[in-house]
Design a protein around this ligand. Structure first.
Ligand code: NAD
Length: 267
């Protein structure tokens, strides 16, 4: 195939998109930006109230999905593909959960239960892989664009994959898994004309840190640990990178840190 003489980018207009975790934070910002590019977005999330409101705002569709349910993922992927060819997927569903590996009192039981560890891995890592696998199967049936591309996927990892903090074993393990699968999965999917990239955010101002005055104070303190600028990131800054990864035809198998240069000192 001859190389194009300009950077065409993947066209999103007239396609459908699936955004897990789309009801809130980074996922909601990505859903809005995808809709602005002409996609019909399936907002897939546990949270029905926020998800339905956003779907109405962006003229998309809400699907109540728990990413630990293979059947519910199947339903959301099908719903998207029935609207229009599914060409963009964003895996933003995730939970943060701080637990120590052993308690401050030295007792294993007061800290990191195996049940909690398993839940974080199930949502953040296995849920992400399941969406990728199911979406890619459907995308592989799309008509290729001029570059032979049939679709693109972006997973959300975290700087916690590289700079794990005290009490973050499950979260860091889950996000390390998302980083680790980026290249092998991108290699697998390239054969089907699908690109896959990962965005690893630093500290972003979203409801993942809770809501209300207490969390506002906590987030203000967190912002001081960012190298520059000294503030939390805003969801649209992350969503813009997600959109770049989706549409830049030459971006594949990449892990992009977006974190204000943060290298967090131990808490
Ligand atoms: P958020 O809490 O605002 O949004 C996450 C969404 O995922 C919520 O709407 C929630 O309902 C949904 N969700 C949770 N469990 C789910 C499940 N089992 N099935 C379906 N949906 C589920 O958080 P956010 O900050 O926008 O985070 C988005 C992604 O970015 C997450 O994967 C998170 O780990 C990652 N991240 C966030 C930050 C940050 O500082 N905000 C930093 C690094 C990585």
């Amino acid at each position: 195939m001859a190389a194009p003489s300009y950077a065409p980018g993947m066209e999103l207009s007239g396609s459908s998109a699936l955004v897990t975790g789309g009801a809130s934070g980074i996922g909601a910002a990505a859903a809005r930006q995808l809709a602005a590019r002409g996609c019909t977005v399936v907002v897939a999330d546990l949270q029905a109230d926020r998800g339905e409101a956003l779907a109405e705002e962006i003229k998309g569709v809400f699907a109540q999905v728990d990413v630990t349910s293979t059947e519910q993922i199947t339903g959301a992927v099908r719903a998207a593909a029935e609207i229009a060819p599914l060409r963009a997927v964003v895996n933003s569903a995730g939970i943060g959960w701080a637990q120590r590996t052993i308690g401050r009192d030295g007792q294993l039981e007061s800290a990191h239960s195996l049940e909690a560890f398993t839940k974080v891995i199930a949502i953040n890592l296995i849920g992400t892989f399941d969406v990728v696998r199911q979406a890619a199967t459907v995308m592989s049936g799309n008509e290729p664009d001029a570059d032979g591309c049939r679709g693109a996927i972006v997973n959300l990892a975290s700087v916690a994959a590289f700079d794990g903090q005290i009490g973050q074993a499950s979260y860091s393990a889950s996000k390390g898994g998302v980083v680790g699968m980026t290249l092998p999965v991108a290699r697998d999917l390239s054969a089907a004309g699908i690109r896959l990239n990962t965005v690893a955010p630093g500290l972003i101002d979203t409801p993942i840190y809770g809501e209300g005055p207490e969390s506002e104070a906590f987030k203000a303190k967190l912002g001081e640990s960012v190298l520059f600028p000294k503030r939390l990131g805003v969801p649209d800054e992350l969503a813009s990178m997600v959109l770049e990864c989706l549409t830049n035809s030459y971006m594949n198998g990449e892990v992009v840190r977006l974190d204000g240069g943060i290298r967090m000192p131990p808490k």
